[in-house]
Write a protein that binds this ligand. Structure first.
Ligand SMILES: Nc1ncnc2c1ncn2[C@@H]1O[C@H](COP(=O)(O)OP(=O)(O)O)[C@@H](O)[C@H]1O
Ligand SMILES: [Mg+2]
Length: 319
């Protein structure tokens, strides 16, 4: 893929209130590329999406986000939010965050499509039915008459994805898009996301702790740990040659087809967010050395588009 990136993030440090929960995050995404962000819960994956989407609860401390050629820091807060919702659609992890729980889907779909200049009363019902069918929702007339509070989390998640498809924006941010779905519907939704990219050239960032989903969808994978991006690279590089000890432990945790249980990784990531001194992974790391207590490693090139923030160079300390 070539051309200037659709999303370029440089040194992004952000959080909630006075506390930063992500630090110095940098990556770029080309048009039509799917980047999956993985990592344990609390590592800052959703915060990255909320920062890109300019969610009101996020405070950006430093760094630049260039979205489709516009530097967001040059826009006022209101303009920035408007520009982001024009360019991107976000499907939230908690489907309740995507909708007003007590307004019918019909009203909410109509309003949202109108606000994006995409409402045509003549084709509305047909198009909604087609979008619903893509995420295995039948009986669209009945669903349109309902309010989100009356449906399960999984149903709401699929309705949110269907609305994202109808909006058909160039960039889709998905936070755990299949977390509330059962396995067969997960696969259907994953196929539809891939089809959106293949047929419509949609650029996507998909946050997931489901490594099988990342393996299915991603062109590139970014690995988050304690608020920092510790490794990023083409999907095949990360899966076959994971370099950071944390990435290796995550990859080892994908169940194998022969039924061998994953080895797992003892302990938990720190909840205090990104550290000011030292590598946050060192207490759980089989490759840690003295300098890891003082040094904050930044992403360095391994080869091509594969970057890692670690001193171990992918050697030693089997996991
Ligand atoms: N609305 C919020 N207000 C304050 N802190 C939050 C909020 N949402 C998330 N956090 C904190 O930010 C950190 C990163 O969370 P998050 O980005 O949701 O991680 P992930 O998506 O990787 O699970 C966590 O420590 C979490 O407690
Ligand atoms: Mg999250």
């Amino acid at each position: 893929m070539s051309g200037s990136p659709v999303i370029s993030v440089k040194g992004l440090t952000a959080g909630y209130g006075s506390r930063n929960t992500i630090a110095d995050v940098s990556f770029t995404i080309e048009k039509g590329e799917i980047l999956c962000l993985v990592g344990e819960s609390g590592c800052g994956k959703s915060t990255i999406l909320r920062s890109l989407f300019s969610s009101p609860e996020i405070k950006i401390t430093s760094g630049d986000v260039i979205l489709d050629g516009r530097d967001l820091s040059e826009l006022s807060e209101d303009d920035r939010r408007e520009y982001c919702s024009e360019k991107m659609c976000m499907v939230f992890q908690s489907p309740g965050a995507s909708f007003n729980p007590i307004r019918t889907y019909e009203k909410q779909f109509t309003e949202t499509l109108k606000s994006h200049g995409k409402y045509d009363p003549a084709t509305f019902r047909q198009k909604v039915a087609e979008a619903f069918a893509k995420v295995e929702l039948t009986d669209s007339e009945r669903i349109l008459k309902q309010c989100p509070y009356a449906l399960s989390g999984g149903m709401n998640q699929r309705v949110a994805l269907a609305l994202a498809m109808l909006l058909d924006q160039g960039i889709l941010l998905c936070d755990e898009p299949t977390s509330a779905l059962d396995a067969t519907i997960q696969l259907q939704v994953a196929k539809e996301l891939k089809r959106l990219r293949d047929e419509c050239g949609v650029t996507m960032i998909v946050v997931t702790h489901n490594l099988a989903l990342a393996r299915y969808l991603a062109d590139r994978i970014g690995v988050m740990y304690a608020g920092r991006l510790v490794e990023v690279g083409a999907y095949c590089d990360l899966l076959c040659h994971p370099n950071h000890p944390y990435t290796r432990s995550l990859m080892a945790a994908i169940p194998s087809l022969d039924g061998k249980m994953p080895s797992g990784l003892p302990g938990q990531p720190p909840l205090s967010g990104p550290s000011e001194t030292g590598c946050e992974f060192r207490d759980r790391c089989p490759c840690a050395v003295q300098e890891c207590a003082d040094k904050i490693y930044t992403l360095e090139k391994v080869h091509d588009s594969h970057y890692v923030a670690c001193c171990s160079n992918g050697e030693g300390g089997s996991i």
